[in-house]
Design a protein around this ligand. Structure first.
Ligand code: ZN
Length: 151
């Protein structure tokens, strides 16, 4: 299934289409965009990826930067279909989840590892323009040498 994935919590200097493709590559097959500007969302980046939906939805990645610091980037998905908030699978919903059924009601909604927060609001290019004009900072090109850790 193809999704626009938004990558949040990146430092400003990492908000580039190259980084978007690099990170998208860890999720599945990146669908290259002809219009690079649609990959820069303002304070996040976007990348279109074909994702294997037989696997649980990926919530984010820990990224190691060049100076050995680490950061957690979180993913939000545009136009996400229904999926299970217990285990992140698309094959069933919350009520049919084996995790939930086996718990016999002892699991609470607070225990859900997935949720609405994985749904990105509809991307709005106008909002992005406003954000870009407010952030007058220079976009620095950084050398990407990152290690991805699966969560
Ligand atoms: Zn489930």
């Amino acid at each position: 299934m193809k999704f626009w994935v938004q990558v949040h919590n990146l430092p400003c200097s990492w908000l580039t289409s190259d980084v978007a493709m690099e990170i998208g590559d860890t999720l599945g097959e990146v669908i290259k965009s002809d219009n690079v500007s649609e990959m820069i969302g303002g304070n996040f980046i976007r990348v279109r990826v074909a994702i294997d939906t037989s696997q649980p939805l990926c919530r984010g990645r820990i990224i190691c930067f060049d100076d050995n610091t680490q950061g957690f980037v979180s993913f939000k998905y545009e136009r996400l279909p229904n999926f299970c908030y217990w285990c992140g699978m698309f094959s069933h919903d919350d009520k049919d989840c084996s995790l939930w059924l086996r718990s016999k009601g002892s699991l609470k909604v607070d225990d859900q590892q997935f949720g609405q927060w994985l749904r990105a609001p509809q991307f709005n290019p106008l909002k992005k323009m406003l954000w870009m004009s407010k952030a007058s900072g220079v976009m620095l090109q950084v050398v990407i040498r990152v290690v991805y850790v699966y969560l």
